[in-house]
Design a binder for this molecule. Structure first.
Ligand code: ADP
Length: 658
């Protein structure tokens, strides 16, 4: 096959243009992947800082619990080879995966010194160096931990494995002549694939043009490599979130090998290069997505953690985490302030300092019970820092984490509730006593008052009978009025006696059929119904209610009697008895078309001796409805009126359904 020089040159240009395009895409994809990988690391470092704050500061960060938290946190972040928490003296207090021993002094590390002397919580990416633990290369990513007042507490350092990037770059690059590297923006090399003698990570290449501060964010170029002298086509990207630069390059000789050979496979070579780079970019994009999902999940869980932490810190109730040895691991702000301790002073304290019931020998038993039952609620007494005590309500739950048992206790100060309960009990007792006294008084008074009244009444009758014929008409009228008064007084006393009798003995409530009671009452009122020319309608299927039979009959008699008595002068009485179910209760009513009651009297008519009419118009003592109210209320029900003056009234009462 013959190819013209122009054609060959055209094909070279096509190959190069395709390679440049794909190299740019690859550089962008690798830089995004790198950014996400560092972002995951930053989130872990941030979350660790948060856990340390939650555990009560770096002073208390040495616990097994925190160690487990850290270990769980770096699971799924393969680029992190180790995590260490270092205190202000440079001693390692906690860590996960690979971390130095507590006896090692890290205060001389340059990033330790930098964090100590700079008041910033931003993360720092240090040059690649050999690990002091196992000699393998690490990229330290660290952050300062500050006390609330800003003073230096220590640092958190995550060591990132450069091999993680080298491997994933290798997968993305073409097999021949491809290279990729991560630099800090000051030119220090962090990782490169393939490894080249003399190009060690940690060394600075700051003199190269791409590290100039005014270099563009993204670039493409040709040139001889400062490492191996080979001519390369190179693309680079500067990261947005971190001061890092990622580059990808391809050796010109590899790209144009076939072109130099002027072979007919040139087009194929171009296509291959395109495919290789394009495919690699595709793989990377997919990988990046997975990274991105992980970062999003991590960010979500961090956010949930922050929400939960905020809620705990600001809860009104006290919250404690207690370990299997009965020591407090965590106490929220409410606990500190109610008990009178500084927020961190509670951490590590044995729980029996706060609740003496939980002595070290009782604690294992409680733990066992909690494990069986899940949650246990009880009331107890808590001791405060100043020796005070208050009643508390506790809901304790047993929770297992990483093979160990913990107790999460929600504690509420119930002193106010206890005071209110005591006050209420005292008031109720007083009220009951005065009620009993009043009933006793009414009973005795009415009983004893009838005796002299009977005497007055009999002597007045004797007077009328024996001396009546000798007296004037006026004197006989006076005697008749005195007799009338005595009879009325007797009725009032009887009413009072009856009123005081209602509920004097505790009679149990039993199922009583409303239908039968209504029928009995109507039989007793047959004459009155007849005389009034009244129509009475009773709803069918009246249910049974919980009541005392005698009292229920009295109640219905009073209501039906009133419905007949307070009839309208212009029409014949129509009385309707009805009912309805309302949840666990039955509402029973007696409706009439009588004179009605004005709204302002709807409450008053239930009072003792409360009457709205003169004796001349309607006979009565004014005690019937008071008795009704007492009967209904003693059976746990309610009585009320609906009425329109001149149209009629409906008296309702509710009782428990039987
Ligand atoms: P008494 O009927 O002996 O006067 P009650 O206690 O039974 O006493 O009733 C109190 C007052 O309520 C009555 O005086 C009357 O004014 C009013 N009242 C009771 N029932 C009715 C009714 N069905 N219609 C109109 N008014 C009534």
């Amino acid at each position: 096959m013959t190819v013209t020089a122009t054609e060959i040159w055209r094909q070279r240009t096509t190959t190069v243009a395709a390679a440049e395009k794909n190299l740019s895409a690859l550089s962008l994809a690798l830089s995004q992947q790198t950014e996400r990988a560092f972002h995951s690391v930053e989130l872990v470092v941030e979350a660790t800082a948060l856990s340390i704050e939650a555990a009560g500061g770096l002073e208390r960060a040495g616990t097994e619990t925190l160690h487990n938290v850290l270990r769980a946190r770096i699971t799924g972040v393969p680029q992190i080879s180790g995590l260490a928490v270092i205190n202000a003296q440079g001693r390692v207090v906690n860590g996960a995966r690979l971390f130095p021993s507590p006896t090692d002094d890290r205060s001389g590390l340059d990033y330790f010194i930098q964090h100590r002397d700079t008041l910033s919580n931003a993360i720092l990416i240090s040059p690649t160096r050999p690990s002091l633990v196992d000699g393998r290369a690490i990229i330290p990513v660290s952050r300062r931990v500050s006390a609330p007042d800003g003073s230096f507490q220590g640092i958190i350092v995550a060591t990132v494995d450069p091999d993680y990037f080298q491997q994933s770059f290798r997968r993305a690059l073409p097999a021949e002549g491809g290279a990729s590297a991560i630099f800090r923006s000051d030119g220090i090399l962090l990782a490169r694939t393939p490894a080249v003698d003399g190009m060690a990570p940690g060394r600075s290449y700051g003199h190269l043009p791409i590290f100039r501060p005014d270099a563009p964010r993204h670039g493409l170029g040709w040139g001889a490599s400062p490492m191996d002298g080979a001519v390369r086509i190179l693309a680079y990207d500067r990261l947005d979130l971190y001061p890092l630069i990622v580059n990808v390059s391809l050796q010109e000789s590899a790209l144009l090998a076939d072109w130099y050979g002027n072979s007919g496979r040139l087009a194929l070579a171009a296509a291959m290069a395109t495919l290789l780079l394009g495919g690699a970019a595709f793989i990377l994009v997919r990988q990046s997505r997975r990274e991105e999902e992980f970062v999003v999940a991590l960010r979500d869980s961090e956010q949930r953690l922050r929400f939960a932490q905020y809620a705990l810190d600001h809860a009104a109730d006290m919250v404690f985490w207690i370990d299997a040895e009965a020591r407090i691991l965590y106490a929220n702000d409410a606990a500190g302030s109610r008990l009178g301790y500084a927020p961190t002073a509670l951490v590590g304290m044995p729980i029996d300092r706060i609740d003496p019931h939980f002595s070290s020998d009782f604690w294992p038993r409680l733990l066992r019970r909690l494990k069986q039952r899940g949650t246990v609620r009880f009331e107890t007494t808590n001791l405060t820092a100043d020796g005070g005590a208050y009643p508390a309500e506790v809901a304790a739950n047993c929770v297992a984490f990483a093979g160990a048992d913990y107790v999460c206790a929600f504690v509420r100060d119930i002193s106010q509730r206890k005071l209110a309960e005591a006050a209420l009990a005292e008031k109720t007792a007083k009220l009951e006593a005065s009620n009993a006294e009043l009933e006793q008084f009414a009973y005795v008074a009415s009983h004893d008052l009838r005796e002299p009244l009977r005497m007055v009444s009999s002597f007045v009758t004797l007077l009328a009978r024996r001396y009546g014929p000798l007296l004037t008409d006026e004197a006989r009228e006076f005697i008749a009025m005195a007799q009338d008064g005595a009879v009325r007084m007797d009725r009032l006393i009887l009413g009072l006696l009856e009123y005081s009798r209602v509920g004097r003995q505790e009679r149990p409530l039993v199922p009583v059929p409303l239908a039968e009671m209504t029928a009995q009452a109507l039989r007793a009122l047959a004459v009155a119904v007849e005389e009034a020319g009244a129509t009475v309608e009773v709803a069918p299927d009246l249910p049974r209610v919980m009541a005392n039979e005698e009292e229920l009959l009295r109640l219905i008699l009073n209501l039906l009697g009133n419905a007949l008595k307070y009839r309208h002068p212009d029409r014949l009485p129509v009385v309707t008895v009805g009912w309805r179910r309302e949840g666990p209760e039955v509402v029973y009513w007696v409706a009439d078309n009588g004179i009605g009651i004005a709204p302002q009297y709807h409450e008053r008519v239930f009072g003792i001796f409360q009457r709205l009419h003169s004796r001349e118009r309607y006979e009565g003592t004014g005690i019937g409805l008071a008795i009704c109210k007492k009967i209904v209320e003693r059976a746990g029900g309610r009585i009320w009126i609906e009425s329109t003056p001149d149209l009629g009234s409906t008296f309702y009462f509710s009782l428990k359904v039987a």
